[in-house]
Ligand binder design. Structure first.
Ligand code: KG4
Ligand code: ZN
Length: 337
């Protein structure tokens, strides 16, 4: 089954063609990061407008790259939520138009489920077969941080979630505090690698929230605010000190995320683990998880951790939820269970 996927829930306009939930024929992503960068975060109205400008061309390019055309597509899948309402509507309306014009099935996909099932995507045959189930997956993105028990596609149990900021959001906010470019995640990872250890910066706290798989990152953010203020009282924040604070912060987030992931795997006797969402790009987080886990760790193939339409076209195959032309945006859609 060949599916055209459309994703516009936040700041990436993306279209992809995926065969049978795993073979990615194309995945085109028009990132709006440069447009939002000067505001230090995503501006919803600008995001919607950029999606309108890009969606048609991005879809044409996805079809061209896959060497196919709409007449060879079996269904159109679109993210219906969660996400920014105006941004979601651009993708939904575009997908409806394509489905209507070519008399194709319209499938609605939950964005978080797209991330969860992104480890089923194989961009190359060497990537391997389907992951062993049940799996505990850590969804860590700019909008969400959840530990989810995946019994099989479409059957999920949320084990824990963040009480305040999402992990990626914490990276973005701390990046801003340290004067690093948006988005904070990749900037902090790069800065942390530059810390030469010669700077004395305070050790940052970990919010363990015992007896629970929930997370909290707001106390950590406040600790960074305090550390920056203390350093600035005796001069300005040097690049060296910012790099080492970035490393401390990354270590604190990785420590909590991976310890809880490993605990959840053990307690639920899961056969595998996964990290998905933008934070899965972080190689320090991945490495720490690998060291702590006693089961295989799956991460999405290169380029498919951050928002993309391949994961939407993939998820639509594994969990086929037919939508009508009355489909509306669901900004706070929760994961099906
Ligand atoms: O999944 P995603 O592309 O969009 C959402 O659904 O939110 O995730 C974006 C988030 C941003 O907060 C970004 O800072 C974070 O993922 N991120 C990273 C890295 N690359 C992206 N966080 C830590 N380390 C990275 N290398
Ligand atoms: Zn996402």
């Amino acid at each position: 089954m060949r599916i055209l996927g459309i994703e516009t829930s936040c700041d990436e306009t993306s279209a992809a063609i995926v065969d049978d939930g795993s073979t990615v024929l194309s995945n085109v992503v028009a990132s709006q990061i440069p447009v939002h960068q000067r505001f230090g975060g995503v501006v919803p109205e600008i995001a919607s407008r950029q999606h309108v400008l890009a969606i048609s061309e991005v879809t044409d390019e996805a079809l061209r790259e896959a060497g196919t055309s709409v007449s060879h597509i079996d269904a159109v899948a679109v993210t219906s939520g969660p996400g920014l309402s105006g941004a979601l509507l651009v993708g939904i309306n575009f997908a409806k138009g394509v489905a209507m014009a070519s008399d194709l099935e319209l499938i609605q996909v939950n964005h978080i489920e797209g991330h969860l099932l992104s480890v089923w995507l194989a961009v190359s045959p060497e990537y391997g077969a389907s992951p062993e189930l049940p799996m505990v997956s850590l969804v860590a993105s700019g909008g969400h941080t959840q530990l989810v028990l995946v019994e099989k596609p479409a059957r999920y149990q949320i084990l824990g979630a963040t009480k305040d900021d999402a992990a990626g959001e914490a990276f973005d906010k701390v990046g801003r505090l340290l004067g690093l470019p948006y988005p904070g995640g990749p900037s902090i990872e790069r800065a942390a690698a530059e810390c030469d250890g010669g700077q004395s910066v305070p050790r940052l706290p970990r919010a363990w929230l015992p007896e629970s798989y929930d997370f909290s990152f707001s106390g950590l953010k406040t600790a960074v605010v305090r550390a920056v203020r203390d350093i600035e009282q005796s001069g300005s924040l040097s690049v060296g000190a910012a790099n080492c604070l970035a490393r401390e912060f990354q270590e604190s987030v990785a420590d909590v995320l991976t310890r809880k992931l490993a605990q959840a795997v053990e307690e639920s006797e899961a056969a595998s683990a996964a990290i998905v969402g933008g934070v899965a790009n972080n190689s320090f987080v991945r490495e720490m998880a690998r060291q702590r886990l006693s089961v295989p760790l799956y991460v999405p193939p290169e380029g498919l951790s951050s928002d993309n339409a391949a994961m939407i076209a993939g998820a639509a195959y594994w969990h086929r939820t037919r939508a009508s032309y009355a489909l509306d945006a669901a900004p706070s859609l929760s994961l099906p269970s």
